[in-house]
Design a protein around this ligand. Structure first.
Ligand code: GMT
Length: 385
C-alpha cells in the first residue's frame, strides 16, 4: 500500500506512535511517506520504503498566524498526486484530520486523479483537552466524522470521544505499541552512578513527560517527597521539558529536595535513562493511553500511575504496576515504597510488565491490526459528501 502519514514531529506520544507505525509498515513492504514540518525525531537512519516530505508554511505580513492547516493540506495533495497514495493516515485530529479531509476533497475535485482514503487516529488531548474546547469542537467533530476510518488508542478514549464530541463515526480501538526490540539495556554502572551515586541503597525514580499541566509534575515532586521520608537516599530524575518544569523544580527547592532532584530537559534517547531507573511515576490528571508508561514497562521499570483514562488498559493494577486516584499521593508513595523496598516484589512486577508489553503491545501484535484496518477501509466507498 502507499500510505501518507501526517503527524507532529515534536516530542510527544502521537508523533512517536505515528513514526513507529511508519517504520514498521515500511519494514513490512509498504511505501510510506511521512508528512510533517520537520523530520520526526525518531527517524534517524534511511529506511527502504520510508520517505519524508517537509511542510513549509510561509508567512506573509497580513497574516498574524502561520496558515499551517492550508500548507499541510496543500502538501498532502501534492504528495498524493505524485505518489498515488491509497491512504492518508492523520495522527492527532487537530488539525491533521481537517488537512486530510481538505486534501481529499481537493483531489476528488480533479477528474482522473486518484483519491485516497482518509484515516484519523485519535490520541487523547486532541479530544479530551483541545478538541472538546468550544473553539475547536465543531470542526474537530466534523473532520473526524468525515474520515473514511477512525481509530482511537484506547477504549477509554473511544468512550470519551463519543461523550465529548458529536461524533457518529464508528471508532475502532487499536492500542499503541512499541518496537518489539524496545527493552532495557544491559547494566551501565557508569550511567547509574552518574545519577544515583555509588551507594547501592540509593533508589532512582524517573518521570518522563512534556511537563504540561495534565502531567501534574508538581505531584511527582510531592510523591517523591513522601517516598524520601521512607527511603531517604532515593533520587529523582526529570526527563523532558514544558511549561510546568520550572514550577516542579521550584517545588523541589521549597521542599528542600533540590540536591536529590535532577532535571535533564528533553532527551532524544530515553531507553538508557529508563535502563538505570528503579521506578517510574506518572500521576497524570488524564492519559488516554500512557505511552511513557509502556516504555518504562518495556525497560523493566515498574510504574506507579493515576487510575485515569486508558492507563488501566495498559497497567494491570497490582500485577504489572500500580494505579491510584490522581489525588491520592499518599497511596502512590506507599506503592512506590513497597516496590523500592521489596526486591522480590519489584522483580515480579517488572517481569509481569515486560511479558504484557511483549504479548499485547509490541509491533508484531499491533501493526497487523492497522494493516487489516487499512484493507477494510480501502474496500469501502470513500466518504465524499
Ligand atoms: O500527552 C500529551 O499531551 C501529548 C499527546 C501526544 O501528542 O502524544 O499524548 C497523547 O497521545 C499519546 C499517544 O497516543 C498517549 O500515549 C498519551 O496518553 C496522550 N496524552 C494524554 O491523553 C494526556
Amino acid at each position: 500500500m502507499n500510505v501518507g502519514i501526517v503527524c507532529y514531529a515534536s516530542v510527544g506520544g502521537s508523533g512517536i506512535v505515528a513514526t513507529e507505525l511508519a517504520k514498521a509498515l515500511a519494514d513490512r513492504g509498504h511505501q510510506v511517506r511521512l508528512i510533517s514540518p520537520e523530520m520526526p525525531f525518531r527517524v534517524s537512519t534511511p529506511r527502504v520504503g520510508l520517505a519524508f516530505h517537509a511542510v513549509q508554511t510561509p508567512g506573509y505580513p497580513l497574516f498574524r498566524e502561520p496558515q499551517y492547516l492550508l500548507s499541510l493540506a496543500n502538501k498532502v495533495v501534492q504528495v498524493s498526486r505524485e505518489y498515488q497514495l491509497d491512504i492518508i493516515h492523520a495522527h492527532y485530529a487537530i488539525p491533521h484530520a481537517a488537512a486530510a479531509y481538505l486534501a481529499r476533497q481537493i483531489l476528488a475535485n480533479t477528474p482522473g486523479t486518484k483519491v485516497p482514503h482518509v484515516i484519523t487516529t485519535l490520541h487523547g488531548t486532541d479530544v479530551t483537552l483541545i478538541g472538546s474546547d468550544s473553539s475547536y469542537s465543531e470542526t474537530a467533530a466534523f473532520c473526524i466524522d468525515q474520515s473514511d476510518g477512525v481509530t482511537a488508542v484506547s477504549e477509554s478514549l473511544r468512550d470519551d470521544t463519543y461523550r465529548e464530541l458529536p461524533v457518529r463515526a464508528k471508532i475502532h480501538v487499536i492500542p499503541n505499541f512499541l518496537d518489539c526490540d524496545y527493552h532495557r539495556r544491559s547494566e551501565n554502572p557508569v550511567l547509574r552512578a552518574r545519577f544515583a551515586g555509588e551507594d547501592p541503597q540509593t533508589r532512582l525514580i524517573i518521570h518522563v513527560s512534556n511537563f504540561r499541566p495534565v502531567k501534574r509534575a508538581t505531584s511527582v515532586i510531592d510523591i517523591f517527597d513522601r517516598i524520601r521520608q521512607r527511603v531517604p537516599s532515593s533520587r529523582l530524575l526529570l526527563v523532558g521539558d514544558g511549561p510546568d518544569l520550572d514550577t516542579a523544580c521550584r517545588r523541589a527547592r521549597e521542599l528542600g529536595l533540590a540536591e536529590a532532584v535532577e532535571s535533564l530537559g528533553e532527551q532524544e534517547e530515553v531507553v538508557p535513562l529508563l535502563s538505570v531507573a528503579d521506578l517510574f511515576l506518572l500521576p497524570s490528571e488524564q492519559e488516554s493511553f500512557g505511552l511513557a508508561a509502556l516504555e518504562a514497562m518495556a525497560c523493566q521499570v515498574p510504574v506507579v500511575a493515576s487510575r485515569v483514562g486508558g492507563l488501566p488498559e495498559v497497567i494491570d493494577d497490582g500485577v504489572t504496576g500500580f494505579l491510584h486516584p490522581p489525588d491520592d499521593l499518599d497511596a502512590m508513595a506507599s506503592s512506590a515504597v513497597a516496590l523500592l523496598t521489596d526486591p522480590a516484589r519489584h522483580q515480579a512486577v517488572t517481569e509481569a510488565a515486560l511479558a504484557a508489553v511483549l504479548q499485547r503491545f509490541c509491533a508484531n501484535a499491533i501493526v497487523p491490526l492497522y494493516v487489516e484496518f487499512y484493507s477494510r477501509v480501502l474496500a469501502r466507498e470513500r466518504n465524499i459528501a
